[in-house]
Design a protein around this ligand. Structure first.
Ligand code: HXC
Ligand code: NAP
Length: 265
């Protein structure tokens, strides 16, 4: 079991679950007894993640596909429902990022990140709806501080993740009457991840960001996973439509959390 949470007999779908924070969330659910399915693009990375998740002795399904393609996402949910039955938890965490000023970004560069993060999250939640356990399902969108902290060099991510959080609130209203909860988790700077590698590639950048975090340290993948499991557990069964930071207070630091790291400012 993963800590105090027991998800035995439950079915969990993690979009973007082959690496980093999302894989950590999938792993925590498997440790807590759930059947787990993941969906990401690279077949090689999906296979490696499935192998490691199976180490916990649960049923694990790996789907390969791009969240930008609605029919592909729909087919993945149908496959998981056929294998496992009604889906109790959906985590939408597939995302892309690169560091560039708006003028250094083509329309396609901006669109690429918006399509992965925002359209991809719409596709995942929309496709999940017909296969969810109702009442009872819990949906988690993985947001980022960029959703409410304006960050230079992150116009695409800021716009996309702000949209993700609004989608969380709208779907919490639309699907609440069916007993489906929808919430966002906002990880802060999380150590050992692709996201932080891209945003703080140097030791100086790391230190500058850490100095701006009230708790003065980076978070762990487990710290994020623990809160996701808590939100999906009966402890939080009256919580829906919230956007919950797991960030050591980073979102209190105000605009430009990553400025000094990325722009030298
Ligand atoms: C300017 C860039 C660029 C860069 C790509 N593009 N990198 N523009 N600066 N550094 C442009 C390309 O030129 C192209 O536009 C368009 O973006 C699409 O590029 P592709 O490589 O064809 O896209 P694709 O293969 O779909 O890959 C998407 C990606 C890639 C986002 C560019 O990096 C990726 O797959 N990332 C997934 C992993 C990842 O990013 N993980 C971090 C998540 S962290 P043109 O006009 O040339 O066609 C996160 C937030 C972290 O989300 C928050 C921390 C606090
Ligand atoms: P990561 O390891 O790069 O994880 C991204 C995952 O999404 C990978 O499994 C990737 O696999 C998948 N993915 C990307 N594009 C996809 C697509 N088009 N279709 C399907 N899958 C796709 O990044 P991470 O740093 O752990 O970030 C995970 C999540 O946390 C993201 O939502 C990110 O915005 C959020 N976040 C991270 C941090 C941080 O500190 N790292 C902070 C705040 C928020 P493939 O490339 O094989 O598809």
């Amino acid at each position: 079991m993963s800590g105090q949470f027991n998800f035995s007999g439950q079915n969990v779908f993690v979009a973007g679950g082959s690496s980093g924070i999302n894989l950590g969330i999938a792993d925590a659910f498997a440790r807590a007894g759930a059947r787990v399915a993941i969906l990401s693009r690279s077949a090689e990375r999906v296979a490696a993640a499935v192998k490691s998740l199976r180490g916990h002795g649960r049923e694990v399904l790996g789907c390969t596909g791009d969240v930008r393609e609605a029919p592909v996402v729909a087919a993945a949910f149908e496959q998981v429902h056929t294998a496992f039955g009604p889906i109790d938890v959906v985590v939408s965490g597939a995302a892309g990022n690169f560091v560039a000023p708006a003028v250094g970004m083509s329309a396609n560069g901006f669109k690429t990140v918006v399509d992965i993060d925002l359209l991809g999250t719409f596709n995942v939640l929309r496709a999940s709806h017909g296969w969810l356990r109702k009442p009872g399902a819990s949906l988690i969108n993985i947001s980022a501080p960029q959703a409410f902290v304006p960050m230079p060099m992150q116009a695409h991510v800021c716009a996309a993740k702000a949209g993700v959080d609004m989608l969380t609130r709208v779907l919490a209203m639309e699907w609440g009457p069916e007993g489906v909860r929808v919430n966002s988790i906002v990880p802060g700077p999380i150590d050992g991840t692709e996201g932080m590698q891209r945003l703080t590639p140097t030791e100086a950048a790391r230190s500058a960001v850490m100095a701006a975090v009230p708790l003065r340290r980076f978070g762990t993948i487990d710290a994020v996973a623990n809160v996701v499991l808590m939100l999906c557990s009966p402890v939080c069964d009256y919580v829906t439509g919230v956007v919950l930071p797991v960030d050591g207070g980073a979102s209190l630091a105000g605009p430009g959390l990553f400025n000094s790291g990325m722009t030298g400012a």
